[in-house]
Design a protein around this ligand. Structure first.
Ligand code: NAD
Length: 324
């Protein structure tokens, strides 16, 4: 299958492109490299361009005889979205509309959209199912929710089958070390923790007074390759039905303090933790109810201990003699 992977030079997109290629598909990456790396778009052709440019998307769909689109490209910094909301709506919502129009023109009928647990906002229940109320707490989450709603309206009209996958916190890297999580700036907890452990630099732990057992925030961490596999399976599910809206998470939460302990054990290093107050808008607990996921995605998820142990033993974190 020829699959257009928007944002395929970024973290999750490049891992998905690599997996697609290893399964015999051809990933065609469309990326403007605003937050991606050209050297990671090496698992198939790279189209350098912007998703907001309908003509560019259309030409890529036609030129490569694309059969399905996996749409990762987005601006995805929560804090930045509160300062530059218009850019988030322009890029994420405007880009998604342009993709829908180009897909209609090119008669490409399957789309998997990167959504997020950020569509839910503050959790009202210990785990959040797909029907949990949607009250995004920031423009980033709102942009994802708006995209989902637009896709749901447009899809039946233009004959599009679609999946919206709401991921929780994505972690881990390619076990072969060819590609890895690399954002600049890096705001995600695990890469920052790994780096702090290895350099001896400070790890800033935001929030120790949450209403959680150890006071730190609880999140649901899903391994990037399991997530990549879920996208490919979602494309298969869409052969049987018109839509699929699903969380992707493990269904159990891990606190930041527990995560620190996991990293210290895996690297056999002490982390220099510097505690800071809770960041505005940082909810205490975000954990998936993944019962629906288990009905269509039959796959064992890597647990966090496993992911961290493997991370410690692959580039860019591996250091000779550090791990047994
Ligand atoms: N990383 C997570 O934990 C997480 C959790 C939930 C949802 N998501 C979603 O998953 C997707 C991928 O996340 P990621 O962590 O890989 O992000 P990333 O920033 O590493 O990758 C996004 C890619 O999209 C590209 N891009 C952005 N705007 C573009 C545009 N207008 N035209 C073309 N390319 C553009 C960037 O250059 C980058 O390569 C995003 O949609 C994000 O919202 C991520």
């Amino acid at each position: 299958m020829n699959v257009l992977v928007t944002g395929g030079a970024g973290y999750i997109g490049s891992h998905t492109a690599k997996l697609l290629r290893s399964l015999g598909h051809t990933p065609i990456v469309l990326d403007n490299l605003s937050n991606g790396w050209p050297e990671w778009a090496r698992f198939g052709p790279l189209v350098f361009g912007d998703i907001r440019d309908e003509e560019t998307v259309f030409r890529a769909l036609e030129a490569f005889k694309v059969e399905a689109v996996i749409h990762f490209a987005a601006k995805a910094y929560v804090e930045e979205s509160t300062r530059l909301p218009e850019q988030y709506f322009d890029n994420n919502v405007g880009g998604t509309i342009a993709i829908l129009k180009a897909m209609q023109r090119a008669s490409v009928a399957r789309l998997v959209f990167s959504s997020s647990c950020a569509v839910y906002g503050k959790a009202r229940t210990p785990t959040m199912a797909e029907d949990h109320p949607k009250q995004p707490a920031n423009p980033y989450g709102l942009s994802k929710w708006q995209c989902e709603q637009i896709i749901a309206e447009v899809a039946p009209v233009i004959g599009l089958r679609y999946a919206a996958l709401r991921y929780f916190n994505v972690v881990g890297n390619d076990p072969e070390g060819e590609i890895y999580e690399r954002h600049e700036p890096e705001t995600h907890v695990l890469p920052n923790l790994m780096k702090a452990a290895q350099t001896g630099g400070p790890f800033t732990l935001f929030g120790t007074s949450h209403a959680t057992p150890d006071g730190t925030a609880i999140r649901d961490y899903v391994y990037v390759l399991d997530l990549a596999r879920a996208h490919i399976q979602a494309l298969e599910v869409l052969e049987q039905r018109p839509s699929l809206i699903s969380n992707v998470g493990l269904g159990h939460g891990v606190s930041v303090r527990e995560l620190v302990g996991t990293v210290e054990r895996a690297l056999k290093l002490q982390v220099n933790v510097v505690e800071q107050p809770i960041r505005a808008g940082d909810p205490p607990r975000l954990v998936a109810d993944n019962r629906y996921l288990q009905t269509w995605f039959r796959h064992d998820f890597a647990d966090l201990d496993q992911v961290v142990r493997e991370l410690a033993d692959t580039p860019p974190y591996r250091r000779p003699g550090l791990v047994s």
